[in-house]
Design a binder for this molecule. Structure first.
Ligand SMILES: Cc1cc2nc3c(=O)[nH]c(=O)nc-3n(C[C@H](O)[C@H](O)[C@H](O)COP(=O)(O)OP(=O)(O)OC[C@H]3O[C@@H](n4cnc5c(N)ncnc54)[C@H](O)[C@@H]3O)c2cc1C
Length: 257
């Protein structure tokens, strides 16, 4: 065994992966439930999908369940998404299913990667590429660069569409709006800001507000609440799954044109 062969295997495969993502159909920023679901469905249809996740582990806010209690609740309307990803669940009361957050997170991650989604962890989207009034890609850096405050320049990836799936942070839309004199497709033309907890209204709004917020830039999941002024909902996740599923349909249309 030569250590250099192990190194070569890692370097060659990583570079090959990166090459594949240089010109993606869609770059999704954030590997939470909504982004993973959208990515999985799109990759299944043959699209070249890249996810950027700034943390070490993809899965976003799933892992901790509710206040560290490891179960999450899903409405029955989203059960088919669980089935599509092979995630076990058990019925709870009449309208819900109860899912172990560990199998939920790992099932979505594996479901996406086995369909061909290219996930880069420890990788942060710090800006967007904009060409001719349309979002055309992302500016990325290692998360470690930011943590260590190193003066290291980023790289760029092109995409036909970019998604803000960054959850509460709505990092992509917020940065884009702060840096540029742009009018977003929101009531104020800017991110409106998230409101307090109101689960039922919030769950519906997450799906309704899954849309294109600027040419080439889409929002899904919890970031829709921050961008469109929706309520938060706590550890119920059906809306996130349905948001991801809706987004996959919108992007299929966008990328097939
Ligand atoms: C740490 C955490 C704690 C949470 N706590 C609560 C809570 O107490 N109550 C509540 O109602 N909801 C909470 N949520 C949100 C809740 O879990 C959501 O209902 C659900 O997880 C949202 O799913 P999502 O698909 O929108 O993305 P999320 O699960 O929010 O995941 C978003 C992902 O985007 C990544 N990300 C963010 N910015 C960037 C960037 N610039 N580049 C690359 N990756 C980026 C994040 O690391 C994260 O993994 C929390 C989420 C997180 C991540």
């Amino acid at each position: 065994m030569r250590e250099i062969d192990i190194t070569r295997g890692i370097v060659e495969n990583h570079v090959e992966s990166l090459y594949r993502s240089l010109e993606s159909d869609v770059v999704i920023v954030g590997a939470g439930p909504s982004g993973l679901v959208a990515a999985g469905y799109l990759a299944e249809k043959g699209f070249n999908i890249t996810i950027l996740e700034k943390r070490l582990a993809p899965g976003g806010g799933i892992w901790g369940g509710g206040m560290g209690y490891k179960y999450v609740i899903i409405q029955k309307e989203a059960k088919d998404v669980l089935e599509d990803f092979g995630i076990p669940s058990r019925p709870y009361q009449d309208s819900y299913y109860c899912v172990d957050s560990i199998s939920f997170a790992s099932g979505l991650i594996f479901g996406a990667t086995k369909r061909g989604v290219n996930i880069f962890n420890i990788t942060e989207c710090e800006d967007l590429l904009v060409r001719n009034g349309r979002v055309a890609g992302v500016v990325v850096n290692s998360s470690l660069t930011g943590i260590a405050h190193l003066p290291v320049d980023p790289l760029t990836l092109e995409a036909r569409a970019v998604v803000d799936a960054t959850g509460h942070e709505h990092d992509v839309v917020r940065t884009f709006s702060e840096k540029n004199d742009v009018t977003l497709n929101t009531p104020t033309g800017k991110p409106v800001g998230e409101r307090s907890m109101f689960a039922e209204t919030a769950e519906k709004a997450v799906v309704t507000n899954t849309k294109e917020v600027y040419p080439g830039l889409f929002v899904c999941g919890m970031s829709t609440a921050a961008v469109y002024g929706g309520f938060r909902m706590g550890p119920i996740f059906g809306g996130m799954l349905l948001s991801g599923k809706k987004l996959s349909g919108l992007l299929e249309e966008c990328c097939s044109g």
